[in-house]
Design a protein around this ligand. Structure first.
Ligand SMILES: Cc1cc2nc3c(=O)[nH]c(=O)nc-3n(C[C@H](O)[C@H](O)[C@H](O)COP(=O)(O)OP(=O)(O)OC[C@H]3O[C@@H](n4cnc5c(N)ncnc54)[C@H](O)[C@@H]3O)c2cc1C
Length: 395
């Protein structure tokens, strides 16, 4: 196993670094830094996506024939590392990294030709309609009905926790097309225009104060059957394929390092205003502990990268990684709340009289609260532990 980079790879890293220095706008970095939600604002994400599309670097994960870069696993890792390091936002993955691979693998030629360019350009902004009230971890129990009617389906039911449904123009949905068989066998994968009559979107405001998720209602919504991906009642196969991309998604060590660097900056400015801050070093100790855990995570990422470069697969390790990313991210955001102390109750930057970096302070508590959701989305921590117990430990 070789964990070092070749001279060509280091050269590539320099090229990415130079591109970012030249092309990543400061206002996008600031918006990313102050963001407390899972995704940055739609406009910010699309602006950055357009810059990367122009350079040809928006979708390194896609095959080259559809606009991918043809990079090696190491180049993709270095690109992602440099992006986080420079403070670039993550592109919204719903269309680009979740739906697109499903279209590539199971869509018709017409669907590929029509939809992939629109996803890449940002003309289509997608949301994910999987979860329903009562169907989350037990997703196969979903009930949103799609009854055939001539060349259409008529949809009735609801989806919940739908991220950015209020901003999206399209939704990819798992629908029930047969309720007489084993639950997994009666599901189809359907693409729906959000402007179709009968769709309403109700906001759900999170405890962080963000409007990010929604409940979407379908009341006799007519959708052409040609909008279905693949075969009727085979949607479960496509849905699971998509989840591999949602859960296995990318390397996150540098994202957490970026967050940890913010925490250290916050500690520095707190110390400037209050020389007694952390006089006994209790917080510094916790930071040191996190540094060690993060280092271990980064080395594990390099090990996985090395395995992938040699033709292997991250496979079940992605569950361990999801557990670890979540734990570390939550620990860092929690420590930031400890650093700002009583100022954590000041949500409005104008009311903050300390003179510390108000914008960052104002996002500390929402960030902390929002990061709790990572235990749930993309497969809850308990469900990931079940996977580790079964597939890794063989219990
Ligand atoms: C911020 C956020 C954004 C989301 N965005 C989307 C989206 O865009 N589209 C979408 O379709 N969904 C989305 N979700 C929904 C998410 O996928 C579900 O919340 C998740 O699958 C859990 O389902 P549930 O909420 O129904 O909880 P449940 O499945 O009811 O779980 C409740 C609790 O029971 C535990 N549990 C469940 N089963 C087991 C088991 N077998 N063993 C041990 N413990 C178990 C869970 O870990 C959890 O703690 C989002 C969720 C959040 C929080």
């Amino acid at each position: 196993m070789d964990l070092s980079f070749s001279p060509e790879e280091l050269q590539f890293q320099q090229e990415v670094r130079a591109f970012l220095a030249e092309n990543l706008p400061e206002h996008i970095v600031t918006a990313t830094q102050n963001n407390s939600s899972v995704f940055v604002e739609k406009e910010i994400a699309l602006e950055w996506q357009a810059i990367l599309v122009e350079k040809g670097w928006a979708v390194p994960q896609w095959p080259q024939e559809h606009g991918g870069t043809g990079w090696t696993a190491t180049q993709k890792y270095l690109f992602s590392k440099e992006c986080y390091h420079a403070g670039a936002p993550m592109l919204i993955p719903l269309g680009l990294l979740m739906l697109a691979p499903v279209i590539m693998a199971f869509g018709s030629d017409e669907q590929k030709a029509e939809l992939l360019p629109k996803i890449l350009s940002g003309e289509h902004y997608w949301c994910q309609g999987y979860s329903e009230p009562g169907s989350g971890s037990d997703l196969a129990s979903l009930k949103l009905r799609a009854d055939a009617d001539g060349e259409d389906y008529i949809l009735n039911g609801s989806k919940i926790w739908t991220t950015h449904a209020h901003l999206a123009d399209h939704i990819f949905c798992l629908v029930r097309t047969d309720s007489q068989c084993k639950p997994q066998h009666g599901i189809s994968f359907l693409l729906v225009d959000m402007a179709t009559p009968g769709i309403t979107v109700d906001p759900i405001i999170t405890m962080a104060g963000d409007h990010e998720v929604n409940q979407v209602f379908f009341d006799n919504v007519r959708v052409p059957q040609r909008n279905r991906i693949g075969e009727e009642n085979k949607g479960w196969t496509y849905a699971k394929y998509l989840l591999e991309f949602e859960r296995g998604g990318g390397f996150n060590g540098d994202r957490i390092r970026h967050e940890l660097n913010h925490l250290k900056a916050l500690m520095d400015s707190t110390r400037t205003h209050n020389p007694d801050f952390d006089a006994r070093g209790a917080i510094a100790n916790k930071v040191a502990r996190l540094e060690i855990d993060l280092k271990a995570l980064e080395i594990t990422e390099l090990r996985i990268l090395s395995a992938i470069s040699e033709g292997g697969n991250p496979g079940k390790e992605s569950s361990i990684m999801k557990l670890t990313y979540t734990r570390l991210e939550q620990a860092v955001t929690e420590l930031a709340v400890e650093v700002i102390g009583y100022q954590g109750i000041v949500m409005n930057p104008q009311e903050n009289s300390s003179g510390l970096r108000p914008d960052y302070i104002s996002s500390v508590v929402p960030r902390y609260l929002n990061s709790r959701a990572a235990s749930i989305f993309g497969g809850s921590q308990e469900v990931q532990r079940n996977i580790v117990a079964k597939l890794v430990l063989g219990l």
